[in-house]
Ligand binder design. Sequence first.
Ligand code: SF4
Length: 445
Amino acid sequence: MAHASLLYITLGCAKNEVDTDRMRSLLNGAGYEEVFEAADADAVIINTCSFLASATSESIETTLALAEDVADGVRDTRIVMCGCVPSRYGDELPEELPEVAAFVRTDEEDGIVAVMDEVLGIERDSLPFIPTVKRTVESAVAYVKISDGCDRFCSFCAIPYIRGRYNSRTAESILAEVRDLVAGGVREIVLIGQDTGIWGSDFTGEVEGPANLAQLMVAVAEAVRPHHVWVRVLYLQPEGMTDELVAAIRDTPEILPYIDIPVQHCNARILKAMHRSGSTEELSKLFATLRSQIPGMVIRTTSLVGFPGETDEEAEEMLAFMDREGFDYTSVFPYSPEEGTRAAKMEGQVPEDIKLERTQAAMDLAESLGFAATAARVGEVAEVIVDGIEETDEGPELIGHAWFQAPDSDGAVHLEVSEAAVGDILKVRFTDSFCYELVGEVVEE
Ligand code: SF4
């Protein structure tokens, strides 16, 4: 068995957290020990993000800062870079970053034990057999990846080139992981992927059990049913909203009526240039259907501002659409030309100052809608999952999230410290709000 110690650093989204967790599990099984300071580590594994140019820069800067600390010399810590940056820039990296001992692409991460053994000069007769990957989630919420890759090839996005083609995980392995997590005390399962709505579409032959996302979510709900666990799905492209899925969300108590649909834009011409589909009318119809079928449904979306060729009128059209739809949460991103994508070569790149102006207007609107939706919750009573305790100027307070707040993305609920522990589900009355945050008090059962 190896006795080397490893520090894990994860950058980027929840999908990367899951990948790190998987590598950690394999390495723990092979005898590696986790530490939490670089000074204590024989090697540092940096799981990188390259979704946007800014994320790539952050990944490189984090790696170089670490290399500098190592060069200053507490100990001879080796650096291993994993994930999206090696997947995107693999061939160029060894020359550009000689400080890094090994590069591991996303599709090579299951071989992490052999890589670390080689980097650290650990010899063994054979690699250990690790039959099931054990997640090491210690929080109340667990992300479960149901697919990887993406087939949509939106013209602005590098993900399909980084993560490869769409690949659904089997229902069997997803359900086994869910059962395991729930047995370990997890209170919310969040299903993620680049494009969750088409889960199962790449299965060939006869499929036993769930064959699409609606059926998978119902199966997940059944698996968690005795344990009072919430089930949420994120990253549903508009085309993934089938009648069957709407019915599953409406009729299955464990599945939260919270939908994350990244529309990016509403204008048909811009959507077409983005290699997406739809129009203002079609999207409005979709949201009207959702709201009529699932009253009180909470909707999160994403707006990409300043796509090449976007005119003032088209930017205004998107603002008017956001305003009409009154989204609960909107993430606003200014378009950035990503190397290797078609949009980066398009005519009509919007000047930075105009892009920033439009982005600010979209962010201001998103906030005013979101803050108002949050304030409207004051007076309501709802269940809240306790996520942790935070120190504030006024002393410690419990932090949790309600069903209408996706963990790590939306606001939180702040409560006076009581006897509650992480993972408890409390009944809370909301007494005040600020920005996307709510303040509450525990209501006796
Ligand atoms: S759906 Fe579009 S934006 Fe999302 S990961 Fe796939 S290509 Fe990128």
